[in-house]
Design a protein around this ligand. Structure first.
Ligand code: GLU
Length: 490
């Protein structure tokens, strides 16, 4: 059997986390079994579909490095579905339904009020030829419905969930071709899955009831149905279905927040799948080597932002300097930390690179960088943290700041200081302050607090080098004024 999977998004919104996970699992399964993947855009809901959503879905799939071997758009295949629907009509297994949307709405409402399941009451099933002709003469629009045989048991073996059984009496006769000549989702999907010789359908478990309808159609149309695998839902931390209420839900939003494709892709794989070796950090290629549908769990996955952050942080640390800087630059430009003009002249790149590298081990997402770097690229300290004020109030702080200032002044003729030279400054300070027993934390913390107003950050020589001697001098003077205002006398 040749292995063919498909990912079939409806372009009625951006690429959602759940849909992206479905795409990814199809890609992994196809890759791991040496099969092919088809991308099929299900855009037959003409009112709700849009080209811009389609483009955004495709762009986000590409960003995640999910590739496909063939591409189809259902709106370009309408004649095919209409042809199949006509065949079923002629065979008598489908019929014309003239019910107006208004009648169907009322029916639904009444069923709801009576506490019944909503299903079509099969009103048009037994219209006579005469009645049909009259309605056609009047120019009434119609949909085509499939005649469901009641009291049938529909059973299939789900590759993740095992045996599933559903009863046909739960469904009324369902629409296969809408009055605008577009297929219903169930019909378009079956025609295409049969035509495209899909071997495995992997999709969310919210489609299980559709699978029952589709199996009936496969059988009626004389096609062998594919294997089915229904992925469990993704829930928010409160155990309800992941939705906007839980924050970001689309891939575009996560991109904007500074997640890497490698990090987000890795995390999506872990939603209901664990590799046999339990290792949670991997590339998609590594995942494809290990992926087996039978290892996918049937319990719902909980979206865990902390785990996503941890995985993403690890992928950031795997990047080399060049890769990290080029991914960081758009975030820095967006927040005005660097100017595109500067970049074009190649000017501040060495400083940017040093600063980005300095924070590499500390960040989880790229969007943390503008704030962190912004603090290093302005002449003044924007604000002092409470902890830094505590450090600056200690006895040794004034002395440290004084010695630091004098060491910097010795080098004030230089416009730049390398990290090596900055290291030397600290070394010289250590020698000068030995007799006062100021060393270790007692030395480093006031240095950091007096030039950054913070108690955490990259290594001191890197900070001093990025700031340069002039800005360091300016900042120490600023700190001196600031502590004075707070009643601390250096
Ligand atoms: N267009 C359907 C959706 O987006 C596809 C479901 C399926 O994979 O059959 O939910």
């Amino acid at each position: 059997m040749s292995i063919v999977m498909r990912f079939a998004p409806s372009p009625t919104g951006g690429l959602h986390i759940g849909t992206a996970r479905t795409a990814l699992f199809n890609w992994l399964a196809a890759r791991s079994m040496g099969g092919k993947l088809i991308l099929r855009i299900e855009d037959t809901d003409l009112k709700r579909s849009s080209k811009s959503y389609e483009q955004s879905i495709i762009e986000n799939l590409q960003w995640l490095s999910i590739s496909w071997d063939a591409f189809y758009r259902q709106s370009e295949r309408l004649d095919l579905y209409a042809g199949y629907a006509k065949k079923l009509l002629e065979k008598g297994t489908a019929y014309r339904c003239f019910c107006s949307p208004d009648r169907l709405k009322k029916l639904k409402k009444a069923q709801y009020a009576a506490g019944q399941d909503s299903k079509y009451d099969n009103r048009c099933r037994n219209l006579s030829e005469k009645e049909i002709d009259e309605k056609l003469q009047k120019g009434l629009g119609f949909a085509i419905r499939f005649k469901v045989v009641p009291d049938r048991e529909i059973t299939f073996n789900d590759l993740i969930r095992g045996r599933i059984s559903l009863r046909s009496s739960l469904m009324g006769d369902f629409v296969i071709l809408k009055s605008d000549r577009t297929p219903s989702y169930n019909f378009g999907a079956v025609v295409d899955d049969a035509q495209m010789e899909i071997s495995h359908i992997i999709r969310g478990e919210d489609h299980i009831s559709n699978t029952a309808r589709q199996l009936i159609l496969f059988k009626e149309m004389g096609y062998k149905p594919p294997y089915f695998a229904h992925l469990p839902m993704i829930l928010g931390p409160d155990q309800t279905k992941l939705s906007k209420r839980h924050g970001a839900t689309t891939i575009s939003q996560f991109r904007e927040m500074g997640y890497l494709a490698a990090g987000l892709g890795n995390y999506l794989c872990t939603l209901s799948w664990t590799p046999p070796d339990q290792d949670e950090l991997f590339t998609l290629d590594e995942a494809a080597e290990r992926f087996r549908l039978s290892d996918v769990s049937k319990s719902p996955a909980i979206f865990d932002k902390q785990k996503l952050d941890w995985i993403n942080g690890n992928h950031i640390r795997r990047l080399d300097e060049q890769q990290l800087v080029s991914l960081a630059v758009p975030f820095l430009i967006k927040e005005g930390i660097i100017d595109k003009k500067d970049l074009d002249c190649g000017r501040p790149m060495d400083k940017i690179t040093m600063a980005v590298e300095a924070y590499k081990n500390k960040i989880k997402v790229l969007s943390e960088l503008p704030d962190l770097l912004g603090g290093l690229f302005c002449q003044e300290i924007e604000d002092y943290s409470e902890e830094s004020m505590e450090i600056l109030a200690q006895n040794a702080a004034g002395k440290v700041a004084h010695v630091l200032l004098s060491e910097l002044k010795k080098r004030a003729h230089k416009s730049e200081l390398s990290p090596q030279e900055a290291k030397q400054i600290i070394q010289d300070m250590q020698n000068r302050l030995k007799s006062d027993r100021i060393k270790g934390k007692l030395l480093y913390m006031p240095i950091r607090a007096s030039i950054t107003g913070k108690t955490h950050g990259p290594e001191l020589p890197k900070i001093i080098s990025i700031l340069g001697p002039q800005a360091c001098i300016k900042r120490i003077k600023q700190t001196r004024e600031h502590v004075k205002k707070n009643g601390i006398d250096w």
